[in-house]
Design a protein around this ligand. Sequence first.
Ligand SMILES: [Zn+2]
Length: 239
Amino acid sequence: MMSSALDGASLLVRFDDVGAVSPRLAQVWAVLERHGAPLNLEVVPGWMNEGAAVSLSERAKRSHVSVVVHQHGADHVNHGTDNRRFEFDDSRGVDTQFADIQRGRAWLEASLPDLFEPVFSPPWNRYGVSTLKALVRAEFSLFSSMVRPNAPTHPSLTCIPMTVDPVRWRPVPKHQPWIDTLGELVWALERDGYAGLELHHEVMTDEDIEELDRLLETLRVRGVRYPPMIAIADRARCK
Ligand SMILES: [Zn+2]
């Protein structure tokens, strides 16, 4: 019989790069619902319009799990000039980054008022000290990112760490074997009682979606729970 060492461990699933409700997004959404996992939708404001906001709100109303919208950057535009992609970085200065962050937040608050929860997730998991200053000025107290060594911090901001990105992005985005993703998650869940999984629905194939379903079933049987992201902020840190 499989170990039950994961009883009560917390899994956070973050649904990145959300814009309009596409067929692929709907498929992954249904898998998370089936497992009782809350939908943490990292929405890119610049990819949305009012129609997309209405369809997202309507889909959320039909959901039997909690659905929240966080802010994933502003336009998800790459301002880097080499392999290192970023939308937010010290090279852009606090004022410029603040203007982008503020514009995105204002749009989400106005268009998805019932779903928006003030958490910022920087595209490509990139940010600098100045990005964090801009976030504080835009009245954020929470952000979420993959754990990176020597990442900057700010005393007014709590970082909710993500631990597993199952996609190998280069040369062409492709999921690593799902058995490896399961292994990485179990390792973190056993060690820390917590793991954060990033999903990118548009690079998932039908087979990846089936594999995700199986992975979540395996973790469910072993007793993993899905607290809301904000509850995790009290117990998890990026350092
Ligand atoms: Zn992204």
